[in-house]
Design a protein around this ligand. Structure first.
Ligand SMILES: [Zn+2]
Length: 112
């Protein structure tokens, strides 16, 4: 006998819908080993590896980095960042959410 619930599940179109966002979420995140000290002295030594200064033109962000929109410091994570992630900017005490900007880049927005 076929379980009617199973049968319905097989015809669930949403199940086979692999949007880029869904695929991105399923892919395991890349892990990053952060250097102990980036020389960022505005936070206690213990947290320095999670922040660095934006060097301006010629600098680029790694997949585990976002810029704080408030103080322009680069926030670094031990894993690849994705839209919806929450990050904390210790230098300016901002709570941020990672979003996918129209340009395709990851950006941080302030959470109020
Ligand atoms: Zn900040």
């Amino acid at each position: 006998m076929i379980d009617p619930l199973l049968e319905i599940d097989e015809f669930d179109s949403a199940k086979n819908e692999d949007s880029p966002e869904k695929l991105e979420r399923r892919r395991p995140r890349t892990r990053y080993r952060l250097k102990d000290d980036t020389g960022f002295d505005e936070v206690p030594k213990k947290y320095r590896r999670f922040y660095r200064r934006w060097k301006g033109k010629g600098d680029s962000l790694a997949p585990n980095e976002v810029i704080c929109p408030v103080c322009r410091v680069v926030i670094r994570s031990t894993r690849e960042l994705r839209p919806g992630d929450r990050v904390y900017c210790m230098p300016c005490f901002s709570r941020l959410t990672v979003v996918r900007a129209e340009s395709g880049r990851l950006e941080a927005r302030v959470v109020y």
